[in-house]
Design a protein around this ligand. Structure first.
Ligand SMILES: *Cc1c(COP(=O)(O)O)cnc(C)c1O
Length: 428
């Protein structure tokens, strides 16, 4: 489909063609639950996966299919499955790989909700997670055991904006024969394409930059199509007859699309974490301007971080795009388009000053979100990361004096002026 398009052309055109029924140029919102079968034979072939088509919108829907094709194309994957949220995407990505008694290894630097999902909630499924500092490939190698089924990291991590050395981690994943799952929410494919760096699967919270204006929830799982699920007996749901689909062998039947078909035929069918077509429509429109927005987000973040770094009321700035950052070399090497637009900074005066700062900002919105066109702020320690232990908070870059910023695409001068007046109020 791609005809070797560049990023911006792909962001506008991939997955969409004029509607065959009406000629509608935008992707219509197919607001329907079910689809009329041509005849009984057609229905049987669809249910038997001998023919691909639409049955019921818990599994497939044309608006969502357009989004899936676009996200897969932007990430350079073989296929993608969209679902109801970023957190749903994480469960959907792990579901075919894991089982009772199995574990995954995840980075210590993750979105707070993901730390909770992996350290607590997945235990109910009999799964567990080992958290490892992935800046140390040796520690990663040492943590792998015979029950490990996946390695998970964020490309640029929440809330500190730290860049992960994906090629180094992919190399270890390859050596130990495990799939690498990369959450590319903060970087987006405009900054980095994890599959090109060796990732097996990419997950997204489409809720953030991909949609870009804080309107709808969504998630996606993109499959590289490159992992050999049959190389070991570790992934029976993909490589052996799957009892949940009358003994179908997904890898043998669908090859590079095994994970994608499994995600629809079993993941969406049985877990039901389905995206709605209205959300897919908003996200498709958002993605049209992803390249323009990300360039501006990154440019603004760099300016704001440099301004903060030179302010005596500020104790630290985590932005990896700063020349002074210990992560700047990784940014230059792995993320040459920039370090994203989410970072945190420490304020003189600790917890109280941080809270006062948040309450004094006017242009910034105090919300539990990121990746909006608007600049956003949150005090992670008392909100998104409040469920974590003090040790986990500090490891995640969410200490008591730390404020997280999601820099929007407004005029940089206005963003800086707002921070200036709020810093004055908070440290008075
Ligand atoms: C927001 C976020 C998630 C969770 O996504 P939802 O759409 O809120 O479920 C996962 N990972 C990262 C990095 C996020 O920022």
């Amino acid at each position: 489909m791609s005809e070797n398009w560049g990023f911006d052309t792909t962001a506008i055109h991939a997955g969409s063609a004029p509607d065959p029924a009406t000629g509608a140029r935008q992707v219509p919102i197919y607001q329907t639950t079910a689809y009329v079968f041509q005849d009984a034979g057609h229905a049987a072939r669809l249910f038997g996966l001998q023919e691909v088509g639409y049955i019921y919108s818990r599994l497939t829907n044309p608006t969502i299919a357009a989004l899936q094709a676009r996200v897969a194309e932007l990430e350079g994957g073989a296929g993608a499955v969209c679902c109801s949220s970023g957190h749903a995407a994480q469960i959907m990505a792990l579901f075919p790989l894991m089982g009772p008694g199995k574990n995954l290894i995840a980075s210590t630097r993750l979105y707070g909700g993901t730390v909770t999902q992996f350290s607590q909630t997945i235990k109910r499924f009999g799964w567990s997670c080992k958290f490892v500092d992935l800046d140390d490939p040796q520690a990663l190698r040492a943590a792998v055991d015979e029950d490990t089924r996946a390695i998970f990291c964020e490309s640029i991590s929440n809330p500190g904006g730290y860049p992960t050395d994906i090629p180094a981690i992919a190399k270890v994943a390859d050596e130990v024969g495990l799939p690498l799952i990369v959450d590319n929410t903060l970087a987006t494919p405009w900054i980095c394409k994890p599959i090109e760096m060796g990732a097996t699967l990419v997950v997204h919270s489409l809720t953030k930059y991909m949609t870009g204006n804080g309107t709808v929830m969504g998630g996606a799982i993109v499959d590289s199509g490159r992992f050999d699920w049959s190389a070991s007996d570790k992934f029976p749901s993909l490589s052996q007859p799957e009892p949940a689909y009358h003994g179908l062998n997904f890898h043998k039947t669908f090859g590079t699309l095994a994970f994608t078909f499994h995600g629809i035929a079993i993941g969406l069918r049985d877990l039901g974490m389905t995206m709605n077509p209205q959300a897919a429509h908003y996200t498709l429109m958002g993605i049209e301007t992803l390249g323009l927005r990300m360039a501006r987000h990154v440019e603004n973040a760099q300016k704001v971080a440099e301004w903060l770094e030179n302010d005596p009321r500020v104790t630290s700035v985590s932005y990896a795009g700063l020349a002074s950052s210990p992560w700047n070399a990784t940014v230059q090497r792995v993320y040459p388009k920039g370090a994203g637009a989410l970072f945190s900074f420490g304020i003189r005066g600790g917890y109280d000053a941080a809270v006062k700062l948040v309450d004094s900002l006017k242009l910034f919105s105090h919300v539990a979100n990121l990746g909006d066109a608007r600049s956003l702020v949150i005090h992670s320690a008392s909100t998104t990361h409040s469920q974590l232990t003090d040790e986990q908070k500090i490891a995640a870059g969410a200490g008591p004096d730390v404020v997280r910023l999601s820099i929007g695409i407004e005029d940089a001068a206005d963003i800086i002026a707002d921070l200036d007046q709020a810093l004055a109020a908070a440290t008075a």
